[in-house]
Design a protein around this ligand. Structure first.
Ligand SMILES: Nc1ncnc2c1ncn2[C@@H]1O[C@H](COP(=O)(O)OP(=O)(O)O)[C@@H](O)[C@H]1O
Ligand SMILES: [Mg+2]
Length: 269
């Protein structure tokens, strides 16, 4: 399913979770049924959206318990049993510490990398968009998200470590595709941009020269509003929809939706 989107980047702090939570919210607000999967044991995406006890009933099972069993083997439970409802059309799952243990378990199990993909095989029956937030590492959890996704978005902040992280991630995706035969589209999303600064322009030009059409033409500027919203367990659509950063989020979500609806593809796989 093209609309299973993994958000991945080896470097921490470059805006993966911010992008995941904001896109999930924006797609749900546009009327889509959305699932946000938090594959990071730190659980920032989950607690960002579901942290307040007044929001979301506790799920009866943890995501790690679901992914421990391949659905093909039978006997396990489904992702649907582990989700928490956040808002109209928006559900979230995962983010528990037990995901760290699951990673070891899946590494040892033949075919463990396919587990998430297998569990999401009929996701389209319940959700129109699935967003997967991943941990800041190229381990098995991130690989399993890439294998499950039709599209991989790599946040690219203007610093050399993010650049290096993006490069490694792209190489890892190509390697996984050769190994598994899975095909996904992959794009870089500029984040933490300082609008109007000369260096930002130079940096974007350099990224464009290296990545070409894989660098999306839209991104998220750097704004303190993201931290302020996070501190309140909110997204910019709730706290500052008309601020420039809030409009960045909406424009990016609209761009992605528009591209999915458009047949053909400007950038080769
Ligand atoms: N566009 C942005 N402008 C300002 N701060 C941001 C932006 N994106 C993320 N942040 C902040 O940077 C920190 C790391 O972001 P986060 O999304 O958690 O990154 P990651 O998931 O890659 O570790 C958080 O405090 C977040 O609020
Ligand atoms: Mg994160």
């Amino acid at each position: 399913m093209e609309r299973i989107v993994a958000i991945a980047q080896q470097k921490g702090g470059c805006g993966k979770t911010t992008l995941a939570t904001h896109l999930a919210w924006a797609f749900a607000a546009s009327g889509r049924r959305v699932l946000l999967i938090d594959l990071d044991p730190q659980g920032h995406a989950r607690s960002w959206l579901a942290g307040s006890p007044s929001r979301g009933e506790p799920a009866p099972v943890a995501l790690a318990e679901v992914l421990e069993h391949s659905p093909l083997a039978g006997g396990g439970t489904t992702i649907g049993r582990a989700v928490v409802s956040i808002a109209d059309g928006l559900e979230v799952v995962g983010g528990e510490l037990s995901l760290a243990r699951l990673e070891h378990h899946l590494v040892a199990r033949p075919g463990g990398i396919e587990c998430l993909a297998e569990h999401l095989a009929d996701a389209a029956r319940r959700w129109e968009v699935v967003i997967i937030d991943t941990p800041p590492a190229l381990g098995l959890l991130t690989s399993s998200a890439v294998i499950a996704a039709g599209e991989v978005l790599v946040p690219l902040s203007p610093d050399p470590y993010a650049y290096q992280g993006a490069h490694r991630l792209m190489t890892t995706v190509e390697h996984l595709e050769r190994e598994t035969g899975h095909r996904s589209r992959r794009y870089l999303v500029p984040t933490l941009l300082r609008r109007g600064e000369r260096l930002t322009g130079e940096w974007l030009a350099r990224a464009r020269a290296q990545w070409g059409c894989r660098l999306l033409p839209l991104g998220l500027r750097r704004s303190v509003l993201f931290d302020r919203a996070a501190a309140r367990g909110r997204v910019l659509a709730q706290t500052a929809p008309r601020a420039p950063a809030g409009r960045d989020v909406q424009a990016l979500a609209d761009h992605l939706l528009e591209r999915w609806d458009r047949p053909g593809e400007a950038c080769p796989r």
